[in-house]
Write a protein of this length. Structure first.
Lengths: 288, 379
């Protein structure tokens, strides 16, 4: 049970990181990014490519992170979101679905359709928690993910940039009037999202292996996590991610492996029916 | 009169040209395999093995003086797509159909090839495939009905396990293997401590491994495809499971070793074909393959390679290229490595299309397959 809980929390923490990026994009620029899962898959391949041309692992991580910021942050915003957003939320959402297919097929084309191994930044081995042997990898992933989430929360709540970003998210018009560089703040959220997906990629790929299709499960889980937690709250996405990770693992162990994927869906439906704003979200009214 | 002679000459020339084209035209083969999706490792190795063998055969003048030519189609590891691709391939009237590698895809495509009267040489290992009376289907490796009893016997005699957890993938291949081994365990009085079905493409095995730990078996029998095998081996190591891990070819393949790294050490399995076999011809194959493709092939590379030499040996025995008579001639045929080195080990094909050949018991030690036992050819 403890093993399951820790493994669930470790996976859930990664879902949380991805889900946070999801909600950030939604809040600042009404982007529902259906390519979020593929965004997690791609950085691992960028890092593998860097290693392939001879870079050591640490340098490959740096290169992968930078390329992610460039491609999945700046490039994504300028080449896809900006031109599409003026046509409305729905065309943009559909464009991101197309992007997901594009990224997947491109990785298949340029790398391989086969899975590749990916080194772990957390060393193998066990540590003892409450007298039980627990895999260092699970604990490491959990710790890194928590550090990322805490860092992000501090950035949003404690710094001037964070406040400006929140203001942008809450009301861009007013934010612009009081002199907040709204455009820059929006770009900032895209870059943060790019960083988060690259980090998630680094953490999850050693377990799931680098494969062009590995984003499918992740994107779906993060999407569900974001809705369950509350689409308009960062802490909601974190709670949602952790919850989905744990529920998924417990479902696989105690319900059935075949139906494990259905359990988070059931949770999703319940939340939509009973608490549409999500566990920690706030009700939002929009003029139609 | 003159025009009659001219017409005669013209006719004779055309007939000769047609005959020449007939004898010199390439022999067309069609391959449908898992080039993407969950079975990409299987299909890519299979395809590369085929290409390598065809290159060799053609370099030595082809089969009965005719070159071999193959088209590759991607089943995307999906039986539905495989069926469509096989139908398309059969419309091109190939001499022999190659693939697919996944049992589920073989199951849905075999009736199409049989109806067209075209022999299908495939990579599937599910027991049921050759038990339905299909006269056109041939294996390149052992079916589960020949490999599972050997594995069960090994678990009983050598590992001396009294209770075993079974982890299997929920598709035709996995279910077939699980059914056969469960029966064998029952015969030997081995208790099934846990019976865990997993999904193809499953990424997270934490829950499954927790269940294995809770069941505390003497050994774990793992019957998954390569990528999932690697993931579960990593998870078993992560959660500190130390009992013997035993499986079949898909647990101890090269790709699994590459993906699972250290976690693959200690895994054991029965392997019908392995590039680590202590057989000179296989060693030579491995070297040629690695040189051409820059990686060490797994058993699927061998299977694809053998398929082409099965075609060569059968066709040369017939002395003609006749797709309708091909299957009849391969039934009951023994191909000896001494006369056809490309077959690598002596192989006999029975009336069902099943193969008889020597097999191996291997263990992964320091990331390498080490042959522990050679299991002789039955007949």
């Amino acid at each position: 049970m403890l093993d399951l809980l820790i493994a669930g929390l470790a996976t859930g923490a990664i879902y949380a990181i991805v889900a946070v990026g999801f909600t950030l994009l939604w809040q600042t620029s009404q982007t529902i990014n259906f390519a979020q899962g593929e965004f997690v898959m791609l950085p691992a391949f960028l890092m593998l490519a860097a290693m392939h041309v001879g870079a050591p692992f640490w340098l490959a991580i740096v290169i992968g992170m930078l390329l992610s910021l460039l491609l999945l942050g700046l490039g994504f915003k300028m080449l896809l979101v900006d031109p599409m957003l003026r046509h409305g939320v729905l065309p943009l959402a559909i464009a991101t679905m197309a992007l997901a297919i594009g990224i997947k097929e491109a990785v298949k084309q340029f790398f391989s359709a086969e899975a590749s191994p990916f080194p772990s930044i957390v060393p193998a081995g066990d540590i003892s928690i409450l007298g039980r042997q627990v895999a260092l990898q699970s604990v490491g992933v959990l710790a890194l993910a928590i550090a990322a989430v805490v860092g992000l929360t501090m950035l949003l709540n404690r710094t001037s940039i964070g406040h400006q970003m929140q203001a942008t998210a809450q009301n861009p018009t007013v934010a612009r009037i009081i002199g907040i560089p709204v455009e820059r703040m929006i770009l900032m959220t895209f870059l943060i999202n790019a960083f988060l997906v690259a980090l998630a990629s680094l953490l999850i790929t050693p377990i799931y292996l680098a494969k062009f299709s590995s984003g499918e499960v992740l994107g779906q889980a993060a999407f569900i996590a974001a809705i369950v937690g509350g689409f308009n709250q960062v802490r909601g996405a974190i709670a949602g991610g952790l919850l989905i990770g744990v529920v998924d693992n417990l479902a696989a162990a105690y319900v059935s492996t075949q139906y494990r994927a259905a359990v988070p869906m059931v949770l999703l439906i319940l939340i939509i029916l009973l608490r549409p704003q999500g566990l920690l979200g706030r009700a939002e009214e929009r003029t139609v | 009169m003159k025009s009659g002679i001219l017409a005669g000459i013209l006719l004779a020339t055309m007939t000769a040209a047609a005959a020449l084209a007939q004898s010199g035209a390439p022999i067309k083969l069609a391959n449908v395999a898992e080039l993407s999706g969950g079975g990409a490792t299987v299909g890519t190795n299979w395809k590369n093995g085929i290409d390598l063998a065809i290159e060799e055969v053609n370099a030595k003048g082809g089969v009965l003086g005719r070159k071999l030519e193959v088209t590759h189609a991607d089943s995307q590891s999906n039986p539905g797509v495989a069926r469509a691709q096989v139908q398309k391939a059969l419309d091109g009237e190939p001499y022999v159909l190659l693939g697919p590698g996944y049992s589920g895809s073989v199951k849905v495509t075999a009736p199409l090839a049989a109806e067209a009267g075209i022999a299908q040489i495939m990579g599937g290992e599910a027991a049921e495939l050759t038990q339905g009376g299909n006269k056109f289907l041939f294996r390149t490796s052992f079916g589960q009905q020949s490999s599972m009893p050997k594995v069960a016997k090994y678990i009983n005699d050598e590992v001396k396990a009294k209770s075993v957890a079974i982890v299997w993938v929920n598709n035709d291949f996995g279910r077939g293997g699980r059914d056969v081994i469960t029966k064998e365990f029952a015969k030997l009085g081995i208790k099934v401590a846990a019976d865990l079905s997993t999904e193809a493409g499953q990424a997270d095995f934490a829950a499954d491994v927790s269940k294995i730990k809770a069941a505390a078996p003497d050994a774990v029998f793992i019957y998954l495809n390569e990528e999932e095998s690697a993931r579960i081996l990593k998870e078993l190591k992560r959660q500190g499971v130390t009992v013997p891990l035993i499986g079949e070819t898909t647990l101890v393949g090269q790709k699994v070793v590459e993906l699972a790294g250290d976690a693959a050490n200690g895994a054991r399995g029965h392997v019908g074909l392995t590039t680590d076999a202590p057989v000179d011809l296989i060693k030579a194959f491995r070297e040629k393959f690695s040189k051409k493709y820059n990686y060490v092939p797994d058993h699927n590379g061998l299977k694809g390679y053998l398929a082409i030499y099965m075609i060569k040996a059968t066709t040369e025995k017939m002395g003609k290229v006749d797709s309708k008579a091909f299957a009849d001639n391969l039934h009951g045929l023994t191909i000896k490595a001494a006369s056809e080195p490309g077959i690598l080990m002596d192989a006999t094909f029975d009336k069902n299309g099943d193969i008889d050949r020597q097999g191996f018991l291997v263990e992964i030690v320091d990331g390498k397959q080490i042959i522990k036992q050679v299991l002789p050819k039955l007949n």
